[in-house]
Structure formats: structure tokens, C-alpha cells
Design a protein around this ligand. Structure first.
Ligand SMILES: Cc1cc2nc3c(=O)[nH]c(=O)nc-3n(C[C@H](O)[C@H](O)[C@H](O)COP(=O)(O)OP(=O)(O)OC[C@H]3O[C@@H](n4cnc5c(N)ncnc54)[C@H](O)[C@@H]3O)c2cc1C
Ligand code: FES
Length: 343
């Protein structure tokens, strides 16, 4: 059995010469499964003649507060497999297997002032946050949006419309590399300084994100207010059926106490098995997507005991210091470990 659910493609829009939006219908039976927060992503199973399928994450560009359908926006990656397959082949009526929405790139409070930094396809989760905050929140939003050239601006007309409709609450600063070169440290630092009390959201290529994070830190924006979304391809395939691990003896197991969706769970945790798989094998439903330490969907917080992480492309030192761990990569180091997913 595949862990994904199937969704039907309702519509496909060309957003720019290199990017499309794919809109999915959500059947009544899937409404609960596909509830999401602005800024979260879906993992799609993309057919491949070579490997059967590959899995890729795409942020939701739709807003749970303004739309009933789900939409993701995919930009072609030069030489990339899945993005080009989707841009070349996807059409309405097709069925794709999809994992439930996941991710932590989400505002805790839509009423907060926010400063959003997006470059290229990094606008996708930011768009969902903007639409949601304008519809449901009351804070002020500043968007810095960098693109290579005017032709490749995704959601340009939509953003212009919102800037006009919400002129008191939305301020957009556009940057075109074809005319201005790469975003400069001075401009980014000025914005960070002017909005140092806001919540920061950053999504774009790694050098752009590094520039924003460094600039924000240099004006003393605290780590817990800087939210980053890293776009990268999965190496593994979370849609593949994995054999359930054999049950381990008591000596080979630690004791895990896990808070998940408001429930307290106690399981024997085989010492050579990631916490995520240990929970899945007991038929619990922790959040996950990549299972390889690169998406952040499975983040939990360590409350007691200690774990080792086999891989980690997501958490920075400050996250780890605050107790965050990737459940898919966590092995127990102590006999008893308590974690919570309810963070
Ligand atoms: C949380 C999250 C959200 C995301 N949201 C979005 C989104 O909203 N929109 C979006 O467009 N993307 C998004 N992405 C990125 C997306 O998941 C894919 O990484 C992207 O579409 C590229 O996938 P691909 O299969 O086309 O490219 P890939 O085939 O994975 O290739 C990626 C790059 O690696 C190179 N490459 C491939 N194989 C090799 C190799 N063997 N050796 C060396 N180089 C190689 C390719 O030439 C290419 O430049 C997101 C990623 C994450 C993790
Ligand atoms: S499931 Fe992606 S980091 Fe754990």
C-alpha cells in the first residue's frame, strides 16, 4: 500500500514562461487529510520510466483561508527531472499520489507584522502566507521579491492586485537582477533593520537566504523569528513500501514517551530504528515527508533523555539547542526518551 492519497488535477495554469500552478480537487473523503497551514508543502509522486517514480516537495501557493482547492506552483529546474516532467506533461484530469501537507514554514500568528523575502520560485509558500494574512490577519506585511527579469516574475499580476486592494497593509519591493544585479547587502540589511520587530520568512536560493539571515542576525533579530524554507530534491522515495521492522527484544529497545496530536503514547523503541519508523510500525501517524532529514516535516522537541541524529539538512545549531530534533533521523541514546510533536 502506498502511503500517499490520490488527488485529481483540476486545472493547470502557466504562471510564467518557466512555471506552472497545478490545482487539485480535494474529495470530501480527503478534506480532513489535506487540511493545511499557509506555508506548508505537498510531496508529489512523479512518474518516471527509469525509477518507477520520484518524490518531490512543492509548497502550496493556495491559501487555506481563501481557497477550497489546493495548488502548488512548480518552476522548471534546468536539467531537473520532476519539475520538467510536471511542466511538460501534467494536465487536468490526471491523478497523482500525494502525501499530506507538512512543514513548519508557517506563521504562528497571522496578526503579526511580517517581513517576507522571496526570490524566484521561493515566492510560492510566501504567496500562501500573504493571502492568508491579508484575509485573516491584521498585521502589516512587507515583501521583498527578487527575480532574474520581469518576464519570470511568478504571481506578478496577483501581487499587484493585492498591493492595490490592501495598500495600507501590503508593501512590495521588487528587485530585478537584469536591471539591478544581485540583491545587495545594504538593501537587505536596511529592510531587516526597519522591520526588526516583525516575523521574518525567507525562501529562495541558498546565497539569497544566507544574505537575509546574516543581515537579520546582524540587527539582532532573534533566531525564533527567522523562518527559512530550503528548496531541495529528495534523494529517497517516501512512497516506496518499506518492510515493517521486526519487533526487537526489550534489551534492544529504549522506552519512548511521545506526545502526538494531544495524545500521550508509550512505545518500545528499537535502538537501530528511527523514531518515525518506530511510531509508523505501531500504526501511529506522525508527520513526515522525505524520511531523509531534508524537509523538516517530522520536527519534534526533545523533553527528556537524548537522541542522535543520523542526518540533518534542516535544523541549525540554535534549533538543536532549543531541543528540536528530526524524528526520521533520531536514534535513542538514553534508555528513556520523551518528545513532543505538538510544538
Ligand atoms: C519543502 C520544499 C518545498 C519546495 N517547494 C517548491 C516549490 O514551491 N516550487 C518549486 O519549483 N520547487 C520547490 N521545491 C523544490 C522541488 O522539490 C525540487 O527540488 C525541484 O523541482 C527540482 O526537482 P527536479 O526533479 O526537477 O530536479 P532534480 O532532478 O532533482 O535536479 C536538481 C538539480 O540537480 C542536478 N542534478 C540532478 N541529478 C544530478 C546528479 N546525478 N549529479 C549532479 N547534479 C544532478 C540537476 O541538473 C538540477 O540542477 C521545494 C522543495 C522542498 C524541500
Ligand atoms: S521526514 Fe523530512 S526531515 Fe524527517
Amino acid at each position: 500500500m502506498s502511503p500517499g492519497l490520490e488527488l485529481r488535477v483540476a486545472e493547470v495554469f502557466q504562471e510564467s514562461p518557466q512555471a506552472i500552478s497545478i490545482v487539485f480537487d480535494v474529495p470530501d473523503s480527503g478534506v480532513e487529510h489535506f487540511q493545511y497551514l499557509p506555508g506548508q508543502f505537498l510531496t508529489l509522486r512523479v512518474p518516471s520510466e527509469r525509477d518507477g517514480s520520484v518524490a518531490r516537495c512543492y509548497s502550496l501557493s493556495s491559501s487555506p483561508h481563501t481557497e477550497d482547492t489546493l495548488a502548488v506552483t512548480v518552476k522548471r529546474t534546468e536539467g531537473g527531472y520532476a519539475s520538467n516532467w510536471l511542466c511538460d506533461n501534467i494536465e487536468s484530469g490526471m491523478i497523482l499520489a500525494v502525501l499530506p501537507p507538512a512543514g513548519h514554514f508557517t506563521p504562528r500568528d497571522l496578526d503579526r507584522d511580517m517581513v517576507l523575502f522571496a526570490a524566484g520560485s521561493g515566492i510560492t509558500p510566501i504567496m500562501s502566507i500573504i493571502k492568508s494574512a491579508l484575509a485573516e490577519g491584521s498585521g502589516h506585511i512587507t515583501l521583498f521579491y527578487a527575480n532574474q527579469d520581469s518576464e519570470n516574475v511568478i504571481f506578478g499580476p496577483d501581487l499587484a492586485h493585492y498591493a492595490k486592494q490592501y495598500s495600507e497593509r501590503l508593501d512590495i519591493q521588487s528587485w530585478l537582477e537584469s536591471e539591478q544585479g544581485l540583491p545587495t547587502a545594504d538593501v537587505v540589511k536596511y529592510l531587516c533593520s526597519a522591520h526588526r520587530n516583525s516575523e521574518f520568512f525567507v525562501c529562495g536560493p541558498p546565497p539569497f537566504m544566507d544574505l537575509v539571515v546574516r543581515s537579520a542576525e546582524s540587527v539582532n533579530v532573534t533566531h525564533d523569528r527567522i523562518h527559512r524554507e530550503v528548496f531541495q530534491s529528495l534523494h529517497g522515495n517516501p512512497f516506496e513500501v518499506k518492510e515493517r521492522a521486526k519487533s526487537a527484544s526489550a534489551e534492544d529497545s529504549a522506552q519512548a514517551i511521545v506526545y502526538l496530536n494531544g495524545e500521550k503514547i508509550e512505545i518500545a523503541w528499537p535502538r537501530d530504528l528511527g523514531l518515525l519508523d518506530a511510531l509508523l510500525n505501531e500504526d501511529y501517524s506522525p508527520p513526515y515527508s522525505c524520511k531523509e532529514g531534508s524537509c523538516g516535516a517530522c520536527v519534534c522537541r526533545l523533553l527528556q533523555g537524548d537522541v542522535a541524529m543520523l542526518a540533518n539538512d534542516i535544523l541549525v545549531a540554535a534549533d538543536i539547542a532549543e531541543g528540536e530534533r528530526l524524528a526520521c533521523q533520531a536514534l535513542p541514546l538514553t534508555d528513556e526518551v520523551t518528545v513532543t510533536f505538538d510544538i
